[in-house]
Design a binder for this molecule. Structure first.
Ligand SMILES: [Zn+2]
Length: 113
């Protein structure tokens, strides 16, 4: 019967007394158990995740722009990647005239749809 009267200090906070609950045995004190339950609750990450996706779309939107459409150089692309366009001219993939005649191939209606 000595065991039942034995007291243990909570292993988590080491301040309060642990609780002996059969059949579980020794459990952390009331405060620590409650705290643990709160931590274990599912977090509301839904809104955070949505914001993160929105933010990602903003950041990576440039990547959605294709350089060509129907053989025409996209002005949006030329504006987003001036260095890349310069490189393409250098490598002979496009001519300077093509760059000058680049036009909005991805018109705004595309995004409204
Ligand atoms: Zn505790």
């Amino acid at each position: 019967m000595r065991l039942c009267q034995m007291k243990k200090i909570c292993l988590i906070c080491r301040k309060r007394l642990a609780v002996n609950i059969p059949p579980f045995g020794w459990l952390p004190c009331d405060v620590c158990r409650k705290r643990h339950q709160e931590i274990a609750k599912p977090k509301r990450t839904g809104e955070v995740t949505t914001d993160q996706i929105k933010e990602d779309r903003k950041i990576y939107r440039k990547d959605l722009i294709q350089p060509f459409k129907d053989g025409h150089l996209s002005r949006e692309f030329a504006e987003a990647y001036p260095e890349k366009v310069q490189q393409m001219v250098k490598e002979g993939n496009i001519t300077k005239e093509e760059v000058q005649s680049a036009r909005d191939v991805w018109d705004l209606d595309y995004y409204k749809r």
